[in-house]
Write a protein that binds this ligand. Structure first.
Ligand SMILES: [Zn+2]
Ligand SMILES: [Zn+2]
Length: 335
Protein backbone atom coordinates (compact mmCIF):
# COMPACT_ATOMS: atom_id res chain seq x y z
CA UNK A 1 0.00 0.00 0.00
CA UNK A 2 1.00 3.62 -0.46
CA UNK A 3 1.71 5.72 2.63
CA UNK A 4 3.37 8.96 3.75
CA UNK A 5 6.06 8.01 6.24
CA UNK A 6 7.93 10.02 8.86
CA UNK A 7 11.48 8.73 9.10
CA UNK A 8 13.47 11.75 10.34
CA UNK A 9 12.11 14.74 12.24
CA UNK A 10 12.12 18.03 10.31
CA UNK A 11 12.37 16.17 6.98
CA UNK A 12 9.57 15.87 4.40
CA UNK A 13 7.39 12.77 4.75
CA UNK A 14 8.37 10.06 2.28
CA UNK A 15 5.63 8.80 -0.03
CA UNK A 16 6.42 5.10 -0.41
CA UNK A 17 5.06 1.63 -0.96
CA UNK A 18 4.98 -0.19 2.34
CA UNK A 19 3.57 -3.40 3.73
CA UNK A 20 -0.18 -3.56 4.35
CA UNK A 21 -0.81 -4.04 8.09
CA UNK A 22 -2.34 -7.29 9.34
CA UNK A 23 -5.15 -6.79 11.87
CA UNK A 24 -4.91 -8.65 15.18
CA UNK A 25 -7.87 -10.60 16.66
CA UNK A 26 -9.49 -7.46 18.16
CA UNK A 27 -8.70 -5.21 15.18
CA UNK A 28 -10.09 -4.27 11.78
CA UNK A 29 -8.35 -3.29 8.57
CA UNK A 30 -9.71 -0.05 7.12
CA UNK A 31 -9.48 1.08 3.50
CA UNK A 32 -9.04 4.78 4.09
CA UNK A 33 -11.20 7.27 2.19
CA UNK A 34 -10.22 10.49 3.97
CA UNK A 35 -7.73 11.66 6.58
CA UNK A 36 -7.63 15.19 7.99
CA UNK A 37 -4.34 17.03 8.42
CA UNK A 38 -4.06 18.34 11.98
CA UNK A 39 -1.54 20.78 13.43
CA UNK A 40 -0.48 18.02 15.81
CA UNK A 41 0.74 15.98 12.81
CA UNK A 42 3.04 18.83 11.86
CA UNK A 43 4.28 19.15 15.46
CA UNK A 44 5.03 15.42 15.52
CA UNK A 45 6.83 15.57 12.16
CA UNK A 46 8.94 18.50 13.38
CA UNK A 47 9.82 16.70 16.62
CA UNK A 48 8.41 19.70 18.52
CA UNK A 49 6.85 17.72 21.34
CA UNK A 50 9.92 16.77 23.27
CA UNK A 51 7.79 15.34 26.10
CA UNK A 52 6.34 12.82 23.61
CA UNK A 53 9.45 11.85 21.62
CA UNK A 54 10.06 8.89 23.88
CA UNK A 55 6.76 7.25 22.88
CA UNK A 56 6.49 8.25 19.21
CA UNK A 57 6.87 5.31 16.85
CA UNK A 58 9.38 5.62 14.03
CA UNK A 59 9.18 5.14 11.16
CA UNK A 60 5.63 6.42 11.56
CA UNK A 61 2.58 6.93 9.37
CA UNK A 62 0.99 10.08 10.85
CA UNK A 63 -2.69 11.07 10.71
CA UNK A 64 -5.45 10.78 13.32
CA UNK A 65 -8.64 12.02 11.63
CA UNK A 66 -9.35 8.89 9.65
CA UNK A 67 -12.51 7.68 7.91
CA UNK A 68 -12.78 4.59 5.71
CA UNK A 69 -14.44 1.23 5.11
CA UNK A 70 -13.77 -1.95 7.02
CA UNK A 71 -12.28 -4.48 4.59
CA UNK A 72 -11.08 -7.17 7.02
CA UNK A 73 -11.97 -8.09 10.60
CA UNK A 74 -10.08 -10.00 13.29
CA UNK A 75 -11.61 -13.24 14.61
CA UNK A 76 -12.65 -11.71 17.96
CA UNK A 77 -14.47 -8.74 16.42
CA UNK A 78 -18.25 -8.80 16.69
CA UNK A 79 -19.27 -5.14 16.71
CA UNK A 80 -18.27 -4.36 13.11
CA UNK A 81 -18.74 -5.94 9.72
CA UNK A 82 -16.93 -5.74 6.42
CA UNK A 83 -18.25 -2.72 4.52
CA UNK A 84 -19.00 -0.61 7.62
CA UNK A 85 -17.79 2.97 7.33
CA UNK A 86 -15.87 3.95 10.46
CA UNK A 87 -13.62 6.66 11.80
CA UNK A 88 -10.57 6.58 14.05
CA UNK A 89 -9.52 9.41 16.37
CA UNK A 90 -6.32 10.51 18.13
CA UNK A 91 -7.23 8.20 21.03
CA UNK A 92 -6.52 4.89 19.33
CA UNK A 93 -7.15 2.59 22.27
CA UNK A 94 -7.87 2.92 25.99
CA UNK A 95 -7.57 0.26 28.67
CA UNK A 96 -11.02 0.60 30.27
CA UNK A 97 -9.49 -0.40 33.60
CA UNK A 98 -7.44 2.49 34.95
CA UNK A 99 -9.00 5.01 37.33
CA UNK A 100 -9.40 7.64 34.63
CA UNK A 101 -11.11 5.24 32.23
CA UNK A 102 -13.44 4.04 34.96
CA UNK A 103 -14.33 7.61 35.91
CA UNK A 104 -15.37 8.39 32.33
CA UNK A 105 -12.16 10.20 31.35
CA UNK A 106 -10.93 7.68 28.82
CA UNK A 107 -9.35 10.51 26.81
CA UNK A 108 -6.83 10.71 29.67
CA UNK A 109 -6.24 6.94 29.99
CA UNK A 110 -2.80 6.35 31.44
CA UNK A 111 -2.00 3.49 29.06
CA UNK A 112 -3.70 4.69 25.87
CA UNK A 113 -2.23 4.32 22.43
CA UNK A 114 -2.37 7.27 20.04
CA UNK A 115 -3.20 7.09 16.34
CA UNK A 116 -0.47 8.50 14.13
CA UNK A 117 1.90 8.87 17.10
CA UNK A 118 2.44 5.67 19.08
CA UNK A 119 0.86 3.51 16.33
CA UNK A 120 0.53 4.10 12.58
CA UNK A 121 -2.22 6.43 11.42
CA UNK A 122 -4.14 7.41 8.34
CA UNK A 123 -1.77 9.03 5.83
CA UNK A 124 -2.05 5.78 3.88
CA UNK A 125 -4.35 3.66 1.75
CA UNK A 126 -5.01 1.24 4.59
CA UNK A 127 -4.61 1.12 8.37
CA UNK A 128 -5.54 -1.18 11.20
CA UNK A 129 -7.56 -0.04 14.20
CA UNK A 130 -9.04 -1.48 17.38
CA UNK A 131 -12.63 -2.53 16.64
CA UNK A 132 -13.67 -1.12 20.02
CA UNK A 133 -12.45 2.34 19.04
CA UNK A 134 -13.45 2.43 15.34
CA UNK A 135 -16.72 4.38 15.40
CA UNK A 136 -19.44 4.21 12.79
CA UNK A 137 -19.93 7.32 10.67
CA UNK A 138 -23.54 8.44 10.00
CA UNK A 139 -24.63 8.06 6.35
CA UNK A 140 -25.56 11.74 6.13
CA UNK A 141 -21.88 12.73 6.25
CA UNK A 142 -19.32 12.33 3.49
CA UNK A 143 -16.02 10.78 4.56
CA UNK A 144 -14.14 14.03 3.99
CA UNK A 145 -16.52 16.13 6.09
CA UNK A 146 -16.62 13.49 8.84
CA UNK A 147 -12.84 13.00 9.14
CA UNK A 148 -11.97 16.32 10.86
CA UNK A 149 -14.63 15.70 13.48
CA UNK A 150 -12.47 12.87 14.86
CA UNK A 151 -9.93 15.39 16.18
CA UNK A 152 -10.80 19.05 15.56
CA UNK A 153 -14.52 18.45 16.11
CA UNK A 154 -14.32 16.28 19.19
CA UNK A 155 -11.65 18.50 20.74
CA UNK A 156 -13.81 21.61 20.73
CA UNK A 157 -16.98 19.67 21.48
CA UNK A 158 -15.43 18.15 24.62
CA UNK A 159 -14.02 21.54 25.67
CA UNK A 160 -17.33 23.36 25.32
CA UNK A 161 -19.29 20.58 27.02
CA UNK A 162 -16.78 20.50 29.85
CA UNK A 163 -16.93 24.28 30.29
CA UNK A 164 -20.51 23.90 31.54
CA UNK A 165 -21.80 26.74 29.31
CA UNK A 166 -25.53 27.30 29.65
CA UNK A 167 -28.06 28.66 27.15
CA UNK A 168 -27.93 32.44 26.91
CA UNK A 169 -24.47 32.74 28.44
CA UNK A 170 -21.66 34.49 26.56
CA UNK A 171 -18.94 32.29 25.10
CA UNK A 172 -15.95 33.90 23.40
CA UNK A 173 -14.01 31.93 20.78
CA UNK A 174 -10.45 33.18 20.29
CA UNK A 175 -9.21 32.24 16.80
CA UNK A 176 -11.53 31.25 13.94
CA UNK A 177 -9.31 28.57 12.36
CA UNK A 178 -9.69 24.81 12.02
CA UNK A 179 -10.82 24.46 15.65
CA UNK A 180 -12.39 27.88 16.11
CA UNK A 181 -14.85 27.72 13.21
CA UNK A 182 -16.19 24.48 14.69
CA UNK A 183 -16.25 26.02 18.19
CA UNK A 184 -18.52 28.83 16.96
CA UNK A 185 -21.05 26.32 15.61
CA UNK A 186 -20.86 23.93 18.56
CA UNK A 187 -21.27 26.76 21.06
CA UNK A 188 -24.44 27.80 19.21
CA UNK A 189 -25.70 24.21 19.61
CA UNK A 190 -25.29 24.67 23.39
CA UNK A 191 -27.42 27.83 23.15
CA UNK A 192 -24.58 30.24 23.89
CA UNK A 193 -24.32 33.82 22.71
CA UNK A 194 -21.12 33.57 20.70
CA UNK A 195 -18.43 36.22 20.42
CA UNK A 196 -15.75 35.38 17.83
CA UNK A 197 -12.32 37.00 17.88
CA UNK A 198 -9.71 36.85 15.13
CA UNK A 199 -7.06 39.08 13.58
CA UNK A 200 -8.38 38.55 10.01
CA UNK A 201 -11.57 40.32 8.93
CA UNK A 202 -12.46 37.59 6.42
CA UNK A 203 -12.41 35.04 9.24
CA UNK A 204 -14.71 37.26 11.29
CA UNK A 205 -17.07 37.46 8.32
CA UNK A 206 -16.87 33.65 8.11
CA UNK A 207 -17.68 33.40 11.85
CA UNK A 208 -20.78 35.57 11.37
CA UNK A 209 -21.97 33.28 8.57
CA UNK A 210 -21.52 30.34 10.96
CA UNK A 211 -23.74 31.99 13.57
CA UNK A 212 -21.46 34.16 15.72
CA UNK A 213 -23.56 36.89 17.34
CA UNK A 214 -20.71 39.36 17.77
CA UNK A 215 -17.27 39.54 16.15
CA UNK A 216 -14.27 41.52 17.35
CA UNK A 217 -10.98 42.12 15.59
CA UNK A 218 -8.06 40.97 17.75
CA UNK A 219 -6.11 44.14 16.88
CA UNK A 220 -8.52 46.19 19.03
CA UNK A 221 -8.93 46.13 22.83
CA UNK A 222 -10.82 42.84 22.86
CA UNK A 223 -11.02 42.37 26.63
CA UNK A 224 -12.46 45.85 27.15
CA UNK A 225 -15.15 45.32 24.54
CA UNK A 226 -16.17 41.96 25.98
CA UNK A 227 -16.18 43.31 29.54
CA UNK A 228 -18.50 46.07 28.35
CA UNK A 229 -20.94 43.27 27.40
CA UNK A 230 -20.65 41.87 30.92
CA UNK A 231 -17.64 39.65 30.29
CA UNK A 232 -17.50 36.13 28.88
CA UNK A 233 -18.83 33.27 31.00
CA UNK A 234 -16.45 31.07 29.03
CA UNK A 235 -13.51 31.91 26.77
CA UNK A 236 -12.34 29.11 24.48
CA UNK A 237 -8.85 29.81 23.20
CA UNK A 238 -7.92 27.79 20.12
CA UNK A 239 -4.91 29.93 19.25
CA UNK A 240 -1.26 29.35 20.14
CA UNK A 241 -0.59 33.09 20.60
CA UNK A 242 0.13 34.29 24.14
CA UNK A 243 -1.71 37.53 23.30
CA UNK A 244 -4.92 35.55 22.81
CA UNK A 245 -4.64 33.99 26.29
CA UNK A 246 -3.87 37.37 27.85
CA UNK A 247 -6.90 38.96 26.18
CA UNK A 248 -9.10 35.99 27.10
CA UNK A 249 -8.05 36.20 30.75
CA UNK A 250 -9.27 39.79 31.02
CA UNK A 251 -12.35 39.12 28.85
CA UNK A 252 -13.65 36.41 31.21
CA UNK A 253 -16.01 37.75 33.85
CA UNK A 254 -15.48 36.96 37.53
CA UNK A 255 -16.40 33.30 38.22
CA UNK A 256 -15.96 32.55 34.51
CA UNK A 257 -13.82 29.93 32.79
CA UNK A 258 -10.83 30.21 30.50
CA UNK A 259 -10.65 27.00 28.47
CA UNK A 260 -7.24 26.20 27.01
CA UNK A 261 -7.71 24.25 23.77
CA UNK A 262 -4.80 25.52 21.67
CA UNK A 263 -1.21 24.70 22.44
CA UNK A 264 0.21 27.90 23.94
CA UNK A 265 3.61 28.64 22.39
CA UNK A 266 4.87 30.33 25.56
CA UNK A 267 4.30 29.88 29.28
CA UNK A 268 1.17 31.62 30.48
CA UNK A 269 0.78 33.68 33.60
CA UNK A 270 -2.45 34.90 35.15
CA UNK A 271 -1.89 37.82 37.51
CA UNK A 272 -3.99 38.22 40.67
CA UNK A 273 -6.18 35.34 39.57
CA UNK A 274 -7.64 34.68 43.02
CA UNK A 275 -9.37 38.06 43.01
CA UNK A 276 -11.95 37.01 40.43
CA UNK A 277 -12.52 33.28 41.09
CA UNK A 278 -11.66 32.41 37.51
CA UNK A 279 -11.24 28.78 36.50
CA UNK A 280 -8.44 27.95 34.11
CA UNK A 281 -9.30 24.64 32.47
CA UNK A 282 -7.69 22.62 29.73
CA UNK A 283 -9.18 20.07 27.42
CA UNK A 284 -7.54 17.20 25.57
CA UNK A 285 -9.45 15.59 22.68
CA UNK A 286 -12.53 13.75 23.94
CA UNK A 287 -14.14 10.40 24.61
CA UNK A 288 -15.86 8.04 22.17
CA UNK A 289 -19.16 9.35 23.50
CA UNK A 290 -18.08 12.89 22.59
CA UNK A 291 -17.16 11.73 19.08
CA UNK A 292 -20.58 10.13 18.63
CA UNK A 293 -22.31 13.29 19.86
CA UNK A 294 -20.42 15.62 17.55
CA UNK A 295 -21.01 13.25 14.61
CA UNK A 296 -24.75 13.41 15.38
CA UNK A 297 -24.70 17.22 15.44
CA UNK A 298 -22.94 17.21 12.07
CA UNK A 299 -25.33 14.61 10.61
CA UNK A 300 -28.22 16.84 11.72
CA UNK A 301 -26.65 19.71 9.76
CA UNK A 302 -25.86 21.78 12.86
CA UNK A 303 -22.08 21.61 12.56
CA UNK A 304 -20.20 21.66 9.29
CA UNK A 305 -16.45 21.57 8.94
CA UNK A 306 -15.06 23.63 6.10
CA UNK A 307 -12.95 21.19 4.16
CA UNK A 308 -10.53 21.33 1.26
CA UNK A 309 -9.43 17.98 -0.18
CA UNK A 310 -5.96 17.15 -1.49
CA UNK A 311 -4.24 13.97 -2.68
CA UNK A 312 -1.92 12.11 -0.29
CA UNK A 313 1.09 13.01 -2.45
CA UNK A 314 0.64 16.70 -1.55
CA UNK A 315 0.90 16.25 2.20
CA UNK A 316 4.28 18.01 2.42
CA UNK A 317 2.82 21.04 0.58
CA UNK A 318 -0.07 21.05 3.06
CA UNK A 319 2.45 21.08 5.94
CA UNK A 320 4.16 24.09 4.29
CA UNK A 321 0.86 25.94 4.01
CA UNK A 322 0.19 25.15 7.66
CA UNK A 323 3.58 26.58 8.67
CA UNK A 324 2.68 29.77 6.83
CA UNK A 325 -0.85 29.83 8.36
CA UNK A 326 -2.38 29.73 4.87
CA UNK A 327 -5.19 27.29 5.67
CA UNK A 328 -8.80 28.18 6.44
CA UNK A 329 -10.85 25.35 7.91
CA UNK A 330 -9.36 21.91 7.44
CA UNK A 331 -7.37 20.15 4.72
CA UNK A 332 -8.35 16.51 4.24
CA UNK A 333 -6.28 14.02 2.27
CA UNK A 334 -8.50 12.00 -0.05
CA UNK A 335 -7.25 8.52 -0.86
ZN1 LIG B 1 -5.47 16.51 15.90
ZN1 LIG C 1 -7.34 3.54 30.97
Amino acid sequence: MKAAILREYKQPLQIEETETPTPGPDEVLIKIEACGVCHSDLHIAEGDWTHLLRIIKRPLIPGHEVVGRVVQIGEAVNNLQIGDRVGVAWTHWTCGECELCKEGHENLCSSQSITGATVDGGYAELMKAKASHALKVPDALSSEEAAPLFCAGVTVYHAIKKSGIKPGQRLAVFGVGGLGHLAVQIAKCFGARVIAIDIADDKLEFARRLGADITINAATDVAKQIRRLGGAHVAVVTSAAKAAYDAAFYAVRSSGTLMVVGMPAEDLSFPAIMMREISIMSSATGTREDVREVLELAAAGKVKCQVETRPLEQVNDVFDEMRRAKITGRVVLKM
